[in-house]
Design a protein around this ligand. Structure first.
Ligand SMILES: O=C(O)CCC(=O)C(=O)O
Length: 278
């Protein structure tokens, strides 16, 4: 890694995300690539919930979730000491690990509409944090992640319908007035860390021949007492189980309203119950 942890922590605090460049070597990336391509070839069951069309490339390459519960290499990533060291520096104390996902995102695959992870994880108190490892170089052509810098200071916002020609998920968060969406250009081996309130997502892979694979882990902050049931059990970095309570369906979400000529957020909505986490 090239940057000092303090610089990553400063950037994470102000923008809601930061990139640890070269956190994994090219040899490690080649091992992950071969491992997950084999997992796909072995037809390990993936999440096909947003995939209706038989010709959808995501039908052949659906994301696979929670592999750390049975796959050692994935567990090693989730609890990796290099990932832990960055998380501890940017969050201020060691978090608990709750989720893993592998996205293959082959050529012509749809992306995932803008959303906040905390909408799904419902961490109480506090929020979650992702460690998104690029397994391929990624840019706008192959559907890199897109973020809304500074949006991590917002509460969880209520969702609206997404354009499912562009996204395999069907809800989204509109970009707040005055904020912009920025692409996150990464090299294989870089890890993007982002706050659970940060609005993020990705556009389709419009390349003809480039996958955009990413290995994603989610954590809840060290002060968390509850998380949604899909994410149990939470793990400490030594692999032992941390018992957390279950947060409930239908937690509050914010909507933008006009008050005395100013746009502000009121917590008047309810998130819908979610079956599959993001
Ligand atoms: O990788 C993507 O395209 C979306 C991933 C995502 O939304 C997440 O990790 O929470």
């Amino acid at each position: 890694m090239q940057q000092p942890l303090q610089a990553l922590a400063r950037e994470f605090g102000s923008a809601g995300y930061t990139i640890a460049r070269n956190l994994f070597s090219s040899a490690e990336i080649e091992q992950y690539k071969a491992h997950y391509m084999q997992m796909n070839a072995d037809q390990v069951k993936g999440d096909t919930s947003g995939i209706k069309d038989a010709s959808d490339p995501l039908r052949t390459y659906p994301r696979i979730m929670q592999m750390h519960r049975w796959d050692e290499l994935t567990l090693n990533y989730l609890l990796h000491d290099r990932v832990r060291d960055v998380l501890t520096a940017i969050l201020g104390c060691e978090p608990y690990a709750v989720q893993t996902m592998i996205y293959f995102k082959p050529p012509a695959a749809r992306g995932q509409a803008l959303h906040q992870d905390q909408y799904y994880l419902r961490v109480e108190p506090g929020t979650c944090c992702a460690a998104w490892l690029a397994i391929d170089d990624c840019d706008e052509e192959n559907g890199c992640l897109q973020v809304v810098p500074g949006s991590h200071d917002l509460p969880v916002l209520c969702t609206v319908a997404a354009d499912t020609t562009q996204s395999f998920t069907d809800v989204t968060v509109p970009v707040p007035d005055g904020m912009t969406v920025a692409p996150v250009i990464m090299k294989a081996g870089d890890v993007l860390f982002f706050n659970g309130q940060l609005i993020h997502g990705s556009l389709p892979n419009v390349s003809h021949d480039r996958f955009r694979r990413s290995l994603i882990a989610h954590y809840v902050v060290g002060e968390a007492e509850k998380v949604y049931k899909w994410y149990h059990p939470a793990l400490r970095f030594d692999g032992t189980i941390m018992t957390l309570g279950e947060s409930q369906d239908g937690s509050e979400c914010g909507v933008w309203v006009e008050r005395d000529g100013t746009r502000t957020i009121e917590m008047i909505g309810k998130t819908k119950a979610v079956g599959v986490a993001q």
